[in-house]
Design a protein around this ligand. Structure first.
Ligand code: ADP
Length: 397
């Protein structure tokens, strides 16, 4: 039976996969795993849907350090776990769709050629995303492939919210606009909101995707009006190791006064800043909570404060706020951070029940009191499922 859906999420040093089976309802997760540290000390791991570890092993020491080899290793494992079933489709998470891709697309030679043009917009991610598509086209030529884009969901932002105040001609020529990211996560949240709260689904909702990478989006009737990430995933909130928005003149200062090179500034902005830079302790929220270092606490409060500021800005863009949704690693698991944010938003009509907030659950749930003007939810995101749905829809079309 051709009923399996393989999802590939390839980054610069890792390839993550999920294997789903088609059902009469939503695709059902069978396995997920990854090869990480591809160029250093590659390690393969895989789990079943219940989270039981099925594999955790180093790749052979003399094996090539390449995306191609990592992909073939991962495919071999998948092939050994199909139970005689066959792949119906492969879905790829693609960070950047540029101007051309505003929805998922079936991959062919023309699409690959268009995708090659997005490399200048996402020089770190695009080659890693595109490589496996090409490799799989020759390894499994009969299996259709579909690309799903993290920027696509944000193309509904009004033009004014997509522009920077740069000379228009230069910005358009270079593709310098507020693309936004994490779109597959927001799209998934928007897709489940109707089952959770009709008012949130049909009204004005701010979604906080708070993981190592963090962004927020204002949705009106499930469509994006404004998001905090922009030309790159550096804009907006501070993140694990990324600065978030800065006065751009700081970069000029680093260049002219400290004579820092482009590579040094890139490392500073992407790898050494954010929660790590502020705290001097860690980029990991759990470690910050556990630390007695005052700067660790300051970093947590700084993060919460910036989220609160963005809620104000995003709510203004949709002329009010009916619901607030927390998702991703921090958003789903960190009740302390959620409480810091929500308690600073009481003026806006946010009133959470602290004991409900503190409870743990892997299911979507409401943490605001019944009479809270703004309903507050914790909703686990599922970008892989969103891609699996898109991939099936695309091949059926
Ligand atoms: P990404 O996918 O962007 O790499 P995740 O969505 O996995 O990131 O989120 C990772 C973040 O979630 C880390 O900062 C981690 O500390 C945080 N996190 C995970 N579990 C918890 C928890 N129980 N309490 C607080 N933070 C948590």
């Amino acid at each position: 039976m051709n009923d399996l859906i393989l999802i590939i999420n390839a980054g610069s040093s890792s390839i993550k996969f999920s294997l789903f089976a088609q059902t009469s309802a939503d695709p059902e997760l069978l396995y997920k795993g990854q090869v990480e540290g591809i160029y250093v000390d590659p390690q393969f791991s895989a789990k079943n849907a219940a989270g039981d570890k099925l594999a955790d092993e180093k790749l052979p020491a003399d094996s090539p350090r390449s995306h191609d080899y990592a992909l073939r290793y991962l495919l071999d494992w998948v092939n050994g776990h199909t139970d005689g079933r066959k792949l119906a489709v492969i879905g790829h998470r693609v960070v950047h769709g540029g101007f051309n891709f505003t929805q998922p697309v079936r991959i062919d030679a023309q699409v690959l050629a268009e995708l090659d043009k997005t490399v200048s917009l996402a020089p770190l991610h695009a080659p890693a995303n595109i490589g496996p598509m090409k490799a799989l086209a020759s390894l499994l030529p009969d299996v259709p492939q579909v690309a799903c884009f993290d920027t696509a969901f944000h193309r509904t932002q009004p033009e004014i919210n997509q522009l920077y105040a740069l000379p228009v001609e230069l910005a358009e020529r270079e593709g310098i606009r507020r693309w936004g990211f994490h779109g597959l996560s927001y799209e998934y949240i928007a897709s489940v909101l109707p089952q959770i709260d009709q008012r949130a689904a049909n009204g004005r909702t701010v979604v906080c995707h708070l993981g190592n990478g963090a962004s927020m989006a204002a949705l009106d009737q499930g469509k994006c009006v404004l998001t905090t990430m922009g030309f790159t995933a550096l804009e907006g909130l501070p993140m694990g190791t990324r600065t978030g928005s800065l006065d751009p003149a700081i970069v000029l200062h680093l260049m002219t006064h400290l004579k820092m090179t482009t590579a040094e500034i890139e490392t500073l902005l992407y790898k050494e800043s954010g929660l790590l830079g502020l705290s001097g302790v860690s980029s990991d929220m759990r470690e910050l909570h556990a630390s007695k270092e005052p700067r660790a606490r300051m970093a947590v409060e700084y993060f919460a404060n910036r989220i609160v500021q963005q809620v104000g800005s995003l709510a203004a863009s949709i002329q009010g706020l009916d619901a607030l949704v927390f998702t991703a690693g921090i958003g789903e698991n960190d009740d302390e951070l959620r409480a810091l944010v929500c308690n600073a938003l009481r003026w806006l009509g946010v009133d959470i029940d602290e004991s409900v907030n503190a409870k743990r659950s892997g299911e979507p749930r409401r943490i605001s009191r019944a009479d809270s003007k703004v309903a507050v939810y914790v909703v686990p995101t599922n970008e892989e499922l969103m891609i699996a749905r898109h991939a099936l829809r695309c091949i059926a079309a």
